[in-house]
Design a protein around this ligand. Structure first.
Ligand SMILES: Cc1cc2nc3c(=O)[nH]c(=O)nc-3n(C[C@H](O)[C@H](O)[C@H](O)COP(=O)(O)O)c2cc1C
Length: 414
């Protein structure tokens, strides 16, 4: 059985309270970190092969290293707690059950990179999570883990939560920053990257909740140990959230690189009602679908790319033999059309057209040539927009057509 890290307190009553978390090591890693040289912490995080677990998989230590050491601008950490990718429900577990782990990880990051202010941008619908997090931040201030001169180290840090208003686009890092600044949540053109010009124009690290929650363990046991838990270039554990037609849906913390088959059949209990597996979306709704003969794949960022899909947020959505693929395409495309922020024409217009075409196919009114028309639209969106929302909308549609063309053609010609 793999050692649990970020989920190790989840079954303990009141695990979100400082008293309970402290009994199990909370803030001992911060104490240790504050005695280390900041650059040594970043070096350990690099050695750990800790990848960004919000979806893109960018190495966390490398990102921290991009922040200029000197600058006359204010410097920030943004914690991405927007958790908007459909199918994803892992970050909210950390926030609700072990908020002190996230606060500790965020504080260690701020010390390592020299950031005196942290904002946790939390999805607007997470009322309960925000309440828990705000109470935990207040406890941490009172105990001297946040605020001025933390544990007598000379390092000071302020931390705030900031609720979003429920827009998927505000999970994209630069939209998140615009939203935090009180502006419309539209993505910014990169470069400049946030590490150099981020929140309020200052150097900014942005990391996902899960990413930061692994940092205390790296400080405690070292980067090499963390790297050894996972596979090449993908260190540590990962939270895999399984939903859909399985017997035992839930969030499972397993070593990075656990096979998709093991996740579905061992941990999530296999397909429910004895049905056959038809399709799996492996990493949230924007990742291309896999067929049953493609699930012997290591669930890490690099292997999933090679398999023609993506690890994304690790949100596995399982579909049984009764699933109508045209319905999944209809629901998915409708979501992206609704969530496109409208800044870029190819995404604003293209997602709407894709949604209209998928709807008519699902309703049995599809026209000959619709599948090629959809493919043409995906080509005209991907790579032609400021942010990757357009690609996130195009990739799954292309994947469904590639893998289930016969079924979709049959539906159209009926
Ligand atoms: C449309 C869109 C939505 C996103 N939503 C989220 C989100 O809800 N949570 C998240 O952590 N990252 C999200 N991301 C990824 C962020 O832009 C960014 O890569 C991430 O916060 C970086 O943190 P990490 O390196 O720790 O993963 C989204 C990206 C896009 C393009």
């Amino acid at each position: 059985m793999a050692e649990k890290l970020v989920s190790r307190l989840w079954d303990i009553p009141n695990s979100f309270k400082l008293k309970e978390a402290r009994k199990r090591g909370a803030y001992t890693r911060l104490k240790k970190a504050l005695k280390m040289k900041p650059e040594d912490i970043t070096a350990e995080v690099k050695t750990a092969n800790l990848r960004g677990l919000g979806g893109a998989g960018f190495p966390a230590g490398v990102k921290w290293g991009f922040v200029p050491k000197q600058s006359d601008k204010p410097r920030f950490l943004c914690v991405n707690a927007d958790e908007g990718e459909p199918g994803t429900f892992k970050d909210r577990q950390i926030i609700e059950k072990d908020p002190h782990l996230l606060i500790e990880g965020a504080a260690i990051c701020c010390y390592a990179v020299g950031l005196p202010t942290a904002y946790i941008y939390i999805r607007g619908e997470f009322f309960y999570g925000k309440k828990i997090l705000d109470a935990a931040i207040a406890e941490a201030y009172q105990a001297g883990y946040l605020g001025k001169n933390i544990l007598g180290s000379g390092f000071s840090l302020d931390m705030f939560t900031h609720p979003g208003a429920g827009a998927y686009i505000c999970g994209e890092e630069t939209s998140l920053m615009n939203s935090l600044e009180g502006k419309k949540g539209w993505p910014r053109i990169k470069p400049p990257f946030p590490a150099v010009v981020g929140l309020f124009g200052g150097p900014t690290v942005i990391n996902n909740v899960e990413t930061l929650s692994y940092v205390p363990f790296i400080v405690e046991k070292g980067g090499k140990w963390f790297a050894s838990l996972g596979v090449e270039r993908n260190g540590g554990n990962k939270l895999y959230g399984v939903s859909g037609h399985v017997n035992n849906p839930g969030v499972f913390e397993l070593p990075m690189g656990t096979s998709l088959r093991e996740i579905i059949y061992e941990h999530a209990g296999g397909v429910r009602n004895g049905k056959q597996l038809k399709a799996v979306i492996p990493g949230g709704s924007s990742t291309p679908v896999l067929k049953p003969d493609e699930i012997d794949v290591s669930m890490d960022f690099d292997s999933m790319m090679k398999a023609g899909s993506m690890l994304g947020s690790g949100a596995v959505m399982v579909m049984d033999e009764d699933t109508d693929i045209s319905e999944i395409m209809h629901i998915t495309s409708r979501f992206y059309a609704h969530e496109s922020c409208g800044q870029c024409t190819p995404c604003r217009e293209g997602t709407r057209w894709m949604s209209l075409i998928c709807k008519r196919i699902y309703e049995g009114k599809g026209r000959r040539g619709d599948l090629d028309l959809l493919l043409n639209i995906t080509d005209n969106i991907e790579g032609k927009t400021v942010c990757p929302l357009g690609a996130a909308a195009a990739m799954p549609i292309r994947g469904f057509i590639k893998k289930f063309r016969d079924e979709l053609e049959a539906k159209i010609s009926n």
